[in-house]
Design a protein around this ligand. Structure first.
Ligand code: S3P
Length: 180
């Protein structure tokens, strides 16, 4: 297995951890949301606003197929990628799936000032976070590995992942000496 897909709810740290993890492994980093924005030429919030969630999900699935050709890459996915079964089967074929988790309050702290997440642009985001987390929990069960990112620094999270990868024979001693 020479790819890693990071899944997990919005604000669990997929992008920041992904960038640092790729650096630690000497692999490439890609972000499916960024790829969607590049392909469509439109920001995610704007896609939701203009064309709706269904259109976004279709674009997201196409990008998941595209990234399945990559090698030695860490792929940060959008929080809702798991909602489509085909996305999961595709990811499972070519990547180790790591699910990042965080407490709802931490998620809120991390996304509070970020207007790029249309699903959380509501009056009571904590309520939506709790509802969505509950609904999505069964979908996140598809992961090979779970890492809690609450109250942890990125470098500690990455060190924990590298240690887990080394146990699975996926990372060498050099990357396990990662200091962030
Ligand atoms: C979404 C998460 C977002 C983005 C879109 C939908 C979701 O990505 O894909 O706004 O359904 O949870 P992040 O998880 O990177 O915020």
């Amino acid at each position: 297995m020479n790819n890693i897909a990071l899944i997990g709810f919005m604000g669990t740290g997929k992008t920041s951890v992904g960038i640092s993890l790729a650096e630690g492994l000497g692999w490439d980093f890609v972000d499916t949301d960024k790829m969607i924005e590049k392909k469509t030429g439109i920001a995610i919030a704007e896609i939701f606003h203009k064309y709706g969630e269904q259109y976004f999900r279709k674009e997201e699935s196409e990008i998941v197929q595209t990234v399945s050709w990559l090698k030695q890459s860490v792929i940060a996915t959008g929080g809702g990628v798991v909602l489509n079964e085909d996305n999961i089967s595709c990811l499972k074929k070519w990547a180790l799936i790591i699910c990042l988790r965080a407490k709802p309050e931490d998620i809120l702290d991390r996304v509070r000032c970020d207007k790029s997440r249309p699903l959380l642009a509501v009056d009571d985001p904590l309520k939506i976070i709790n509802n969505l987390l509950k609904k999505r929990e069964p979908y996140y069960q598809c992961a090979d590995l779970y890492i809690d990112t609450s109250e942890k620094h990125v470098e500690n999270i990455v060190a924990e992942i590298l240690w887990q990868l080394e146990k699975r024979g996926m990372a060498n001693a050099a990357s396990s000496n990662y200091k962030g």
